[in-house]
Design a protein around this ligand. Structure first.
Ligand code: SAM
Length: 241
């Protein structure tokens, strides 16, 4: 079980996506204890404002410290790791996802507009996390990605926990190509070995495919894989993998 608190200006954003699929079930059954907190509830402004103009000028608005300090203090317990979603953060990887899934409580703060006052980051945030090198219009999109990726590692979330072992990035490689019925579609055949029923050959084929696919599509991931496995001189050949 993991407690997940999300601080946002747009609580309604989460109504749909967090009710669907495995996440919906996990929240209903209590495997994920979700609390979506409306940042405006922590504003002391008559109009519940939470943003203001940036000092020094420039375009856009910045989330003010007051509501965020109060919301994060309300969310935080001694077991909480508080994350700010920001393009300036540490890149979310499967290793980081696994690490976060070991926490008892996560609080995800969603930025908006030009972002948040730096003093919030300096005083209230444990980790700044980015979901990629591009800019989203709000941290809510990033929060969904973090929440979903982390939830998959929470015991009981996945119908079949074995999927976690076999999938992309689990051991530094992408997943092998998947096929289902029919065996032939518009002239394209499913590879013979998958129809053979020979488990050893299927496993060897999948392993080769994973290595080849990773090398072709994600050379960065592949060279990390080689380094992790001390195979720096293994360029090109994967015989015996
Ligand atoms: N002015 C900011 C900058 O240039 O870095 C971008 C702000 S963005 C329009 C608004 C909010 O979306 C951010 O405060 C952050 O919470 C979220 N956001 C945008 N891109 C993100 C990313 N790649 N990863 C995580 N959060 C992101």
């Amino acid at each position: 079980m993991i407690a997940l608190k999300i601080i946002t200006l747009f609580p309604e954003f989460f109504d749909g996506p967090l009710r669907a699929g495995l996440m919906g079930k996990a929240i209903e059954s209590g495997i994920i204890a979700l609390e979506v907190m409306d940042l405006r509830d922590f504003s002391e402004d008559r109009l519940r404002r939470c943003d203001d103009y940036p000092y020094g000028g420039g375009s856009g608005m910045v989330l003010t410290p007051g509501p965020l300090f109060r919301a994060i203090r309300a969310a935080r317990t001694p077991r909480t790791r508080v994350i700010l979603t920001t393009p300036a953060g540490r890149l979310l990887t499967q290793d980081l996802v696994k690490e976060l899934s070991g926490e008892a409580e996560l609080c995800i703060v969603c930025g908006r507009y030009e972002g948040v006052d730096q003093r919030v980051i300096d005083r209230c945030i444990d980790d700044e996390i980015s979901v990629g090198d591009y800019v989203l219009s709000g941290g809510e999109y990033a929060a969904l990605i973090i929440a979903d990726a982390v939830a998959r590692y929470v015991p009981g979330f996945m119908g079949n926990a074995e999927s976690l072992v076999d999938e992309s990035f689990a051991d530094g490689l992408l997943e092998y190509p998947q096929y289902t019925r029919p065996a032939e579609y518009e002239g394209m055949q499913v590879p013979e070995v998958l129809l053979s029923g020979h488990h050893g050959n299927v496993a060897a084929w999948r392993r080769d495919q994973r290595i080849e696919k990773t090398r072709r599509l994600r050379p960065d991931v592949y060279s990390n894989y080689l380094m992790r496995n001390n195979r720096g001189n293994d360029h090109g050949s994967h015989q015996g993998d």
